[in-house]
Design a protein around this ligand. Structure first.
Ligand code: ZN
Ligand code: ZN
Length: 275
């Protein structure tokens, strides 16, 4: 298939919740399923934009495996949505992208509270002035905070970043061209639902953890309700636990929306148009 010049491509590097699926030690029907779409690494995206920018969204503990599986050999920058381990603890595996030659710094964008948190948690990466690294080296990362609910231009690409509640903290979502990403979400404030609806999105990727209520994530019902309010052309469900089989969730989505709402799975590629 020829790629149109105005198209961005997303590779789903991981579609699972914080434990991944299968859950270690679990014998449930999803964890033992033979359907490859039920095997979910921790949630992460790789975006190749229409202008050729290569972006990693979240650096979870499966990052190295995901980079190898998807044959990703270079990136231009990373976005980190929040500081939870399943979205962050592979940050060290950004190292090879700075090795070069030439040696280069990788920009990492997040919101201000997450930047502060990450700098505290990884002093060996971000606080090297008092103790320069020796031996194997550290990732050369230039972490920067972005403003919420304003247009931010990164390497010629326009983003609209926004924050919403997720447990004790917030997660940073974004809109890029005709795509919006809402991962790890307890609820979306009304004004953001309105903004997302007005964008007339071609693609929304949204949190969809499990069927039963949860204190920090969207359930299937809540996720479907937001899709009905936001009305994207297509919606992909992500961050599923072993409560949801690919087939079962596909059926639930299809019954309400037809084929335009579907669970995502690892290594799936999707495209969305530029504006
Ligand atoms: Zn998560
Ligand atoms: Zn299980």
């Amino acid at each position: 298939m020829l790629k149109s010049l105005n198209e961005n491509t997303i590779t789903i590097m991981g579609s699972g919740t914080s434990t991944g699926v299968p859950l270690v030690g679990c014998k449930c029907s999803v964890c033992t399923s033979l359907d490859h779409r039920d095997q979910r690494l921790r949630t992460s995206l790789f975006i190749e934009t229409k202008k050729g920018q290569r972006i990693i969204v979240d650096t979870g503990p499966d990052l190295r495996t995901q980079l190898l599986k998807n044959k990703i050999s270079a990136i231009d920058f990373a976005i980190i949505t929040h500081e939870h381990a399943d979205h962050l603890h592979g940050i060290d595996d950004l190292r090879p992208f700075s090795f070069g030659p030439p040696v280069k710094e990788i920009p990492v964008f997040t919101n201000a509270p997450t930047k502060a948190f990450i700098e505290e948690r990884y002093p060996y990466i971000f606080k090297t002035a008092s103790r320069p690294s020796i031996g194997g080296g550290v990732p050369l990362l230039n972490i920067q905070s972005v403003e919420m609910e304003k247009t931010t231009v990164i390497n010629g690409e326009e983003f609209f970043f926004f924050s919403y509640p997720h447990g004790y903290g917030v997660t940073m979502g974004f809109i890029h061209d005709t795509f919006a990403y809402v991962v790890d979400c307890l609820e979306l404030p009304d004004h953001l639902v309105k903004i997302l609806n007005e964008k007339k999105l071609k693609l929304l990727i949204i949190d969809c953890l499990q069927r039963n209520p949860h204190q920090t994530h969207l359930t299937v019902e809540k996720s479907f309700n937001y899709i009905k309010e936001i009305k994207p052309e297509r919606a992909g469900l992500i961050h599923m636990s072993h409560d949801l089989s690919h087939r079962g969730l596909s059926d639930l989505a299809e019954a309400q929306f037809g084929k335009n709402v579907f669970p995502l799975y690892d290594q799936l590629k999707l495209t969305y148009e530029g504006t």
